[in-house]
Design a binder for this molecule. Sequence first.
Ligand code: ATP
Length: 449
Amino acid sequence: MDSNVTMEKIVSLAKRRGFVFQSSEIYGGQSGAWDYGPMGIELKNRIQRFWWKEMTQLHDDIVGLDAAILMHPRTWEASGHVENFTDPLVDCKKCKQRFRADQIDQAKLAKKECPECGGELTDTRKFNLMFKTNIGPVDDGTGLIYLRPETAQGIYVNYKNIVQSNRMKIPFGIAQVGKAFRNEIVTKNFIFRTCEFEQMEMQYFVKPGDDEKFFNYWREQRWAYYQKLGVRMEKLRWHQHGPDELAHYAKDAYDIEYEFPMGFKELEGVHNRSDYDLGRHQQFSGKDLQYIDQDNGNERYTPFIIETSAGLTRQLLMVLCDAYEDQKVADKGTDDDWRTVLHFHPTLAPVTVAVLPLMKKDGLAELAGDIRKDLKEEFATDYDQGGAIGRRYRRQDEVGTPFCVTIDYQSKEDGTVTLRFRDSMEQIRVPRAELESTIKKAIKEYKRA
Ligand code: ATP
């Protein structure tokens, strides 16, 4: 079913239908940055809400946070980012291209030979990925501040506040969604790797010794999340970090990878970060961040952290790729034989119900407008009265609208409407009064075909 999806098709559909646009396109575009259009922002918000519900509403022991992007610069010394958040870079002296040394042919790298033009490469040097800016009125270096490269540190520095204000008991978690910035050198593959992106991170604080148990628990939970999201599970796999891949803080780490059109790539990381983070923030801030276990004779310890770290914008790309299908629906030898359809889970679809009067005249448009008004309170709706009904269905298929409601002459007589299902293209007749409950039931029972 997926063999026909390519990144070119995704990029083209995303632009054509208002999901994602190139940033500052009228000036020739800004690399590493993308804008989310009317469909894209709806999809992004829904993925975010799906994740948020999963992490907070469905887990009693997880609370939310929204920390600032600008943080005290010492944060990034404590976290290890100033020292270690680097990519190894080489430049070609001839064609002037820049490469990540770990991503090019290692034999050529050893010979200092450019993989593109064969020219001479510079020595490998470390390049820090954090964006620097300046805070305050003077620009003499004293106001150096970073745009956060991950949301996690905002959680660690608030750990004590949250324990105290919300009387949290270990084990517990803190969830956050927000922007992160990295000066990525290679930003190809559309929104897969960008300089400005959004993360959905949850940090789970546990007693040392319980970490492996909760690490396994969170691996299972995160796998189950993608099942619920309605993506094809055969496109997902685990990748365990080998000793040379493990980050400086990690005790154990697995990535969930998705098979994008360009191959299997990281979607989300589940990491056992040991007591590194809180230990370092204690050391650098001089504040006591130990947990006092009042249920166990005031035992004190520095919690271990299990992290689940997902990219929201990367997940949106995954959802788009996973949903995309060019499907043959007839055999007449015309363009109409094919439709492009996005099989979004109905909870994620930017438009849930499209209301379509068969004709504009004879009061059908008014009736359709009235029915849309009924549905608006419960669902994201769209209204389309232009062109042949088949064309209008195709337009909705292309943005993944799971339900179309068509109002025709019979609707005027007996109060029933046609409900059309996107995936099966099945059409049933439903009394207007039962429309809302029928759609709700179909959403609840939705299974990816
Ligand atoms: P990589 O090694 O590919 O640079 P990473 O392992 O450093 O990525 P993490 O720091 O673990 O990535 O970030 C957690 C998640 O944030 C990733 O799984 C990914 O979904 C998302 N993410 C990271 N960097 C980017 C980026 N530049 N653009 C979009 N999403 C990103």
